[in-house]
Write a protein that binds this ligand. Structure first.
Ligand SMILES: Cc1cc2nc3c(=O)[nH]c(=O)nc-3n(C[C@H](O)[C@H](O)[C@H](O)COP(=O)(O)OP(=O)(O)OC[C@H]3O[C@@H](n4cnc5c(N)ncnc54)[C@H](O)[C@@H]3O)c2cc1C
Length: 261
């Protein structure tokens, strides 16, 4: 089973700051970590490999500093790490990010399963996993909380919903995005950390991936950020007290008055 886990390097803070001129995140001076949801993706990949054999390849698109999160993934037990890095990848929106990662996965060759986190804690769109699946034309199961009965032909996934879960059978190759309920990520061993420090990391540029330059980075990003602002804080609202029938009447009158109904 060849498994690719896509991980993103994110700022180790929830207090993200925006550059008002470029409307992008200010990443300088902030420590970076593996996107927390992606550690669950790594763990799931490792568990499947331990059961069925094969390899777990970890991949990220980012600047050269993103090597540090790849080394962390190697220290957990991934066998190979790939960094997609090129100045031409900069300024990518989720479309261009998905395209670039899909080119990286194609470059590997035969891949059975791709695992992503459910979303990144900085960008938060949850679009990249489904975007990769679309570009590779393979099935995608989002919000996976459990994988059952996996073998070389396919698997059953429990897809978490607000009210329970869907049971979905899928053939391979496929892509899943995972939620925290799926497992408990392992801590890297000391030996794993030592090996990861000196491990080779494969670098691929846009040319290595034969990327169409108009599909990557800022040039390949159809998203335009017009304005970024903090939404006004919600007021306390109004509480109607009294008998239910009177309260309902007051509420209906108020909603009518405000033109809501
Ligand atoms: C106009 C525009 C310009 C931007 N410019 C920049 C920029 O210059 N630099 C920058 O860092 N960001 C930039 N961004 C943000 C960037 O688009 C997103 O961070 C990125 O596309 C991932 O989206 P997300 O964070 O919402 O990830 P999600 O879709 O929420 O991530 C879901 C999962 O996809 C995988 N994943 C996501 N991103 C990566 C990745 N890079 N490598 C591997 N796996 C990944 C992970 O498994 C993750 O858990 C820009 C965004 C816009 C709209």
């Amino acid at each position: 089973m060849n498994i690719v886990v896509c991980i993103k390097q994110v700022p180790d803070t929830t207090d993200v700051k925006i550059n008002p001129e470029t409307n992008t995140l200010i990443r300088e001076g902030v420590d970076s970590i593996i996107n927390p949801f992606d550690t669950y993706a790594i763990e799931e990949g490792l568990r499947i490999k331990e059961k069925l054999g094969g390899e777990v390849i970890v991949m990220t698109m980012g600047p050269p500093q993103a090597e540090s999160v790849l080394r962390e993934a190697l220290s957990m037990g991934c066998g190979e790490a790939i960094l997609l890095t090129d100045r031409n990848f900069a300024g990518a929106d989720t479309w261009a990010t998905s395209y670039t990662l899909s080119r990286g996965i194609k470059k590997i060759g035969e891949v059975d399963l791709i695992i992503c986190g459910k979303q990144a804690i900085d960008g938060d769109t949850a679009q990249v996993g489904p975007g990769i699946a679309e570009m590779l034309d393979i099935p995608c199961i989002t919000y996976t909380g459990k994988i059952k009965d996996i073998d070389e032909n396919g698997f059953t996934a429990l897809r978490m919903t607000e009210s329970g879960h869907n049971v979905i059978k899928s053939p391979l190759p496929a892509l899943i995005t995972v939620v925290k309920e799926i497992n408990e990520p392992r801590m890297p061993s000391l030996r794993g950390k030592m090996n990861a420090k000196k491990a080779d990391i494969t670098h691929y540029t846009a040319a290595d991936l034969a990327c169409n330059l108009e599909s990557i980075g800022q040039l390949g990003s159809p998203t335009v950020v017009r304005k970024i602002f903090a939404p006004p804080a919600k007021g306390k609202g109004e509480i109607f007290k009294g008998e239910p029938a009177d309260t309902a009447e007051k509420l209906a009158a108020e909603l009518k008055d405000k033109g809501i109904v």
